[in-house]
Design a protein around this ligand. Structure first.
Ligand SMILES: [Zn+2]
Length: 387
């Protein structure tokens, strides 16, 4: 074990030495922090409005003032299109930008009638920043829903609702609210708000998005922040889980720091490595940094919400204060990035990790004969690269 430790230190030492040399050659002094404050102060003054979150989840889960539940199941193309139309109108009104609709088609055979090709669409709006930081952040989440855990739904999905108030009305409401308060030219980077479809059938929308990203957008992605199901607070303690992989550890840590300083009692738990069960994993697969906010769950991050994927996923179960805290954490993270002076190269504690075989591991105990490697990530102006 001691021998192993010594080897780790040596590797770290060597990598550090290489780092210092390249820093010296690159002449990397922190960039002067010029002209940031006034525009970011404007953003900091704009509050997340809990009533707006409530109104958005009500719209997404019900179709009229009588509270009749709607379906956002992706195979009900006309019903979901009606929701998409409305979301696009609002996105344009909030941001002053153009909402782009990127359609994709897929075959689905698990639901009767079982032999169809369907079309759905991802919705994208861009809020330009001042351009001081290259690349863009993505804030994403799926707007489709499913209720297949309700008995009989699988055979009657054409008539039964799929309100998805928590899953993922809460994520969409968060995204819409951030789009409402982040004014153009306030942040130093662009933000792309993306609403995915067909997540519930296996991340089809986000897979299509990342596969065609260069064609649609093309600009460097700094990182994606996915929000999927953040409203249930069944254990009585407000909080959230954040799914990350090792490469995105810098982002997870930064978000946690913001949350701790803003909401000391908020139970913020990072899972790293974690489940790849939402749209963030499509970004991982494509080699991008991404994290996903979800509601507090068990030791694996799995939700306690009993009405998950049922017709009872309605807004009465949602703790909107918890949703608001997550939305505010993302807003304040952006403000913090905008105010930060990032040296050209840096290594954070989360950028150093052990990998056993092909997999990063959070296990602290190793057996004799394990093959371990120490990985050190070097951050270069927010863009993480393994060197
Ligand atoms: Zn979901």
């Amino acid at each position: 074990m001691l021998k192993f430790l010594l080897r780790c230190l040596l590797v770290l030492f060597l990598v550090s030495t290489a780092m210092v040399t390249s820093t010296a050659l690159g002449g990397s002094q922190p960039k002067p922090n010029v002209g940031i404050d006034s525009s970011i102060k404007r953003l900091a003054a704009r509050e997340i409005d809990e009533d707006s979150l409530v109104a958005m989840v009500r719209f997404l889960s019900t179709k009229n003032s009588f509270g009749e539940l709607r379906s956002r199941f992706v195979l009900r193309e006309d019903d979901l299109k009606e929701v998409a139309d409305s979301l696009c109108v609002r996105l344009e009104r909030y941001t002053g930008g153009t909402a782009h609709r990127f359609p994709f088609t897929f075959e689905e055979k698990r639901f009767s009638p079982n032999d169809s090709t369907y079309t759905s669409e991802n919705l994208v709006v861009r809020v330009p920043g001042t351009g001081r930081i290259d690349g863009l952040f993505i804030v994403s989440g799926h707007y489709d829903a499913i209720a297949h855990r309700t008995p009989g739904w699988q055979d009657d999905w054409q008539h039964m609702p799929a309100p998805g108030a928590d899953d993922n009305g809460t994520g969409v409401a968060t995204i819409m609210e951030l789009a409402r308060i982040i004014e153009p030219n306030t942040l130093p980077f662009d933000v792309l708000f993306v609403l995915f479809s067909a997540e519930e059938l296996g991340r089809l929308g986000s897979e299509d998005f990342v596969a065609n990203y260069d064609l649609y957008i093309g600009e460097d992605i700094i990182a994606d922040i996915t929000v999927d199901m953040i409203g249930y607070n069944g254990k009585g303690e407000r909080g959230c889980a954040l799914f990350s992989d090792y490469e995105s550890g810098w982002l997870a840590d930064w978000l946690e720091e913001i949350s701790i300083s803003e909401f000391p009692g908020f139970d913020f738990e990072i899972f790293k490595p974690s489940l790849g069960n939402s749209d963030h994993a499509s970004f991982w697969d494509a080699g991008y940094n991404a994290v996903c906010f979800v509601e507090p769950g068990d030791e694996f991050g799995i939700t306690y919400y009993p009405y998950y994927h049922t017709v009872q996923d309605t807004m009465g179960w949602i703790d909107f204060s918890q949703v608001k805290m997550v939305a505010q954490t993302i807003r304040d993270f952006f403000i913090s990035v905008g105010n930060d002076t990032i040296p050209d190269y840096s290594i954070l504690s989360s950028d150093i990790f052990l990998q056993r075989g092909d997999y990063p591991t959070s296990r602290k105990v190793f057996a004799e004969g394990d093959t371990l490697s120490l990985k050190v990530m070097v951050r270069n102006n927010l863009m993480c690269r393994l060197r």
